[in-house]
Design a protein around this ligand. Structure first.
Ligand SMILES: C[S@@+](CC[C@H](N)C(=O)[O-])C[C@H]1O[C@@H](n2cnc3c(N)ncnc32)[C@H](O)[C@@H]1O
Length: 285
């Protein structure tokens, strides 16, 4: 099992209401946050959700010592309202990929390894990156690169056309195939990894999942309960920021802190992956 350092751990622990009894960790991952929560709050039980079957399985096994205090479901956090559970006092989302995704050389998340282009969190759902690249129109690809990778429209168009030309010659099926096409347009690491990231965001419908969850949020929490979301992408943070601001204007919700909480210098030094994290919390009155 990969050693995982949970981001903003102290800040997460501090933001949990002292009298909380039931929590949902909607993005279990390696269970770093959840394990610390179970240790600090002995009265608490947790519902674990993760969309990725292999990570989910491995973490359940790792945290078996807490078996009497958790329930685990391989699901999307966006659909947690469909689970027959009581309302939680705290919901945590830590939205992004896991290091395990990048290190698993078989799933195509990382440009570092040659692998089939898959990139799905849940390989039984939706279509793989390979299928998406094979079927997408030039304008679909352009939109993906503009919206999720922040590329300029001319560069996005150049990349999309290069992908279409390349796939007409032979299918783009591996990470190396895609890296080669990007390279012909003058893109290499880290710019090419941002293109990989944008494809991953699209095929997993990551922004849609977050928006669906936020729409349902007003009904999800117990009074006094909090929802805490860590994001790593500016678009996701903007979605959370705007939604929490709008909810706080209804007077039924309080912003826990007006500004996003970010990792301090020491945390970033110890864990470089934390540097773009933004943490926002809203409380139901
Ligand atoms: C950054 S990791 C979470 C790390 C975790 N907080 C820890 O301390 O180990 C994000 C996790 O969210 C999962 N995930 C992504 N989208 C999801 C969704 N819509 N529903 C549930 N889990 C999701 C990924 O599979 C990944 O394991």
């Amino acid at each position: 099992m990969i050693k995982h350092v949970p981001v903003l751990l102290n800040e997460v622990l501090q933001s949990i209401p002292q009298n909380a009894h039931f929590l949902v960790d909607g993005t279990l991952g390696h269970g770093g946050h959840t394990q610390a929560i179970l240790e600090k709050f002995p009265q608490v039980s947790v519902l674990w959700i993760d969309r990725d079957p292999s990570i989910f399985q491995a973490t359940q096994e790792k945290l078996q010592t807490y078996a009497d205090r958790f329930q685990a479901i391989q699901w999307s956090y966006a659909d947690m309202d469909t689970l027959q559970t009581k309302k939680p006092d705290y919901i945590l989302l830590d939205i992004w990929v896991n290091m395990q995704h990048y290190k698993d050389t078989s799933r195509g998340f990382s440009i570092k390894w040659d692998a089939q282009l898959d990139m799905r969190f849940d390989p039984s759902q939706w279509i793989s990156a390979q299928q998406r690249i094979a079927r997408a129109s030039a304008s679909d690809l352009e939109t993906c690169f503009i919206d999720y990778a922040d590329f300029t429209p001319p560069k996005a168009k150049e990349l999309a056309n290069a992908i279409l030309r390349a796939r007409n010659k032979s299918p783009i099926v591996t990470t190396r195939d895609l890296v080669s096409v990007l390279y012909t347009c003058g893109l290499w690491w880290p710019a090419s990894s941002i293109i990989f990231q944008s494809i991953r965001i699209e095929i997993n419908q990551e922004l849609e999942q977050l928006k669906i969850f936020i729409q349902k949020l007003p009904e999800l929490l117990n009074p006094g309960g909090r929802c805490a979301i860590i994001t790593f992408h500016s678009i996701e943070d903007r979605i959370v920021k705007n939604a929490f601001k709008a909810l706080s204007e209804t007077k039924e919700r309080n912003l826990y802190s007006k500004k996003a909480i970010q990792p301090n210098y020491q945390e970033v030094q110890k864990n470089k992956a934390s540097r773009s994290a933004k943490f926002r919390i809203i409380e139901k009155i």
